[in-house]
Design a protein. Structure first.
Length: 167
């Protein structure tokens, strides 16, 4: 009897341990009033973005929604980061509008990592598409023709050529 009890307790404990989310913690108050306010949050937002593009869309949905909102507010007023999405480079957007967020996240990370004089729209869109491909865990979605094609293009190193032909 005690052995069974111990197994049940360990099972419940391990399930709760693995279901916990390790999402970045958001500040209790956010005050974006000046350019300096936005820039002062760059590292925190970068941490959020990294988590968002490395965590499957179907995990930690409540935390993801909060981080998405925080990142969008930051992006909407940041003086140095402007994400300009061309929907022609997103063949999946009409059928999966929720994938706009990871697209924006990948493009924002690209801008944060790339010197201003080296920024270009094609590479930004490629970074966005790669972020989308990284967060999709829905096997049905990944088996669609759109995503099979994008995965194949990425694997062959031809995403840039594809994006260039679309925008």
């Amino acid at each position: 009897m005690s052995r069974t009890f111990l197994l049940v307790v360990l099972s419940v404990w391990s399930i709760s341990l693995f279901s916990q989310c390790d999402a970045p913690t958001l500040p209790k108050e956010v005050n974006f009033e000046s350019k300096a306010d936005y820039r002062s949050k760059d590292a925190a937002v970068r941490n959020c973005l990294e988590w968002l593009v490395s965590t499957s869309l179907d995990l930690c949905t409540e935390e993801r929604d909060q981080l998405n909102a925080y990142v969008l507010v930051w992006l909407s007023g940041h003086p140095d980061i402007t994400v300009d999405v061309n929907s022609d480079a997103m063949p999946f957007f009409r059928s999966n509008p929720e994938l706009l967020y990871p697209m924006l996240h990948g493009m924002a990370i690209y801008q944060m990592e790339t010197p201003k004089e080296e920024l270009n729209s094609i590479d930004a869109h490629v970074a966005g598409i790669e972020a989308v491909l990284d967060v999709i865990s829905d096997k049905t979605l990944l088996r669609t023709d759109q995503f099979k094609k994008l995965k194949k293009l990425r694997r062959k190193g031809k995403l840039s050529k594809f994006v260039a032909s679309e925008i």
